[in-house]
Design a binder for this molecule. Sequence first.
Ligand code: KIV
Length: 275
Amino acid sequence: MKKTVSTFAAAKASGEKLTMLTAYDYSFARLVDSAGVDSILVGDSLGNVILGYADTISVTMEDIIHHTKAVARGTQEALVVADMPFMSYQVSVSQAVENAGRLLKEGRAQAVKLEGGVVVAEQIKAIVEASIPVVGHIGLTPQSVNAMGGFKIQGKDEAAAQRLFEDGQAVERAGAFAVVVECVPPLIMKQLTESLSIPTIGIGAGPHCDGQVLVYHDMLGLFAGFTPKFVRRYAEAGELIKKAFGQFVTEVKAGSFPGPEHCFGDLESSIPKMY
Ligand code: KIV
């Protein structure tokens, strides 16, 4: 059955945990969707894991639309959420609404996600009023890496925790149907989850969230860079794939691939000489 914003509200009410994973292309969207996740995020993490940037700053609307189209074609049941890239919503409220609309009209996402709390509440409200469901994103917001002075745990002291609560309240009041909370201590997260009526989807925020999100490259060992502390490696797929590629190289060099079973016709057949 197709997951919708109502699935999120129902999960918050019943206490059932929500799941979200990233995908950036058709084939992985099919795999993630068939595993039964509630939501697929076309994250701007594609800047890191697909495009090879050191951060998400350079990701464009065109990048996200291109990948969201492919993900939407591969998804039947999960709710597809597209990330709004850096500078696609900060400049003005009207530009935010226009760009959010493009992610639905051109990308075929069913919702958008944008980073920030109090400072983007006006944008969230206007996007929601345009009938576009919004997921907020507070705590560590990777698009603000330069302003934050690096990728740092958020909400660690009382003042920072207070700001996190204000951000959560602002996102909820503006009409978001869920909020991603990244890299905050678990006990602060517990209070935040209890204080909000929309579901919290944690990443590096401990178990006291209404759901969890991971970047699949991290959980499958596909990303050669740094693996964050909060990631559980569910498979060493990177090693497996490297081994398969190596075997292909060995077998082609040795002449054992392709074998007769991979050929269209008899290897020794008497076809007319062409030269
Ligand atoms: O871009 C992304 O993948 C994200 C997740 C880390 C939540 O925003």
